[in-house]
Structures are given as structure tokens and as C-alpha cells.
Design a binder for this molecule. Sequence first.
Ligand code: FES
Length: 132
Amino acid sequence: MKKYRIPLPPMPQNKYQIRLEPAGMVFEVDPALLPYSRHGLPGSILDVISAKDESLIDHACGGVQACSTCHVYIETGLETCSEISEREEDHLDQAVGVKLESRLACCCVPDGSEKLVVVRVPQWQKNEVKEG
Ligand code: FES
């Protein structure tokens, strides 16, 4: 079994927003209040969004970087996100429809240097995982 070193990415330093598409929901992120939930790395997109509603982004492994069900596209603000780890890359390789802007929501921690990060959940993702 492959062993990974998982460094914790730095937490955001500024307040910012995440807009989740296609739902069009906006989430305020206040670094002073992180982590928001127990899903994913502290400050990750999954951490923020699942605190409001756990069903918005699938996370079959509970956010411990052991699947690829939390695959999302970062449409705006990708450059503000934490570096992709070897472990995240390995799991993204298992995802369907991977693009340059693909990330796993449980690993991706924006630094708050931009006021808005736009995240899109692939429409087909949920069915692909549950039926595949
Ligand atoms: S929830 Fe399993 S890798 Fe993100």
C-alpha cells in the first residue's frame, strides 16, 4: 500500500466567498471560524460547504482523501487554492471527466486572496458514483 505524507495547507488569511454551481449558492468564509465541519481538510471547500448541507458535494470516504467522489471544477480562483498533493492527484486519476481545473473538494483549501472562488459540481458525478 502506498504511503503519503499529507502536509496541511495553510488556512486562508482573509474572508472570502465560495459560490457553488449549478446551485448558485454563496458561502461566506471567515478564517477565524474555521474549520466549519469535520469533513475534509480544515478550510477545504468540502469543510465549508458541508457545514451548511452535507448533500451538496458527495464525499463517500468522509473527506479523508480516499476516493474521488468530491471531484469539483474550480471555475474561478484556482490560483488561490492550495497546491495539489500526490495523494490528491492519484485519486483524481480515478475520477471521470478530469480537466485542468479539477480538484477534490476535501483537499482544496483556497487562501482567501481573491474575494470569490467559483466551484462547479459536475452534474453527472453523483449518478456516476452511485451507479458505477
Ligand atoms: S471525499 Fe473522498 S476524496 Fe474527497
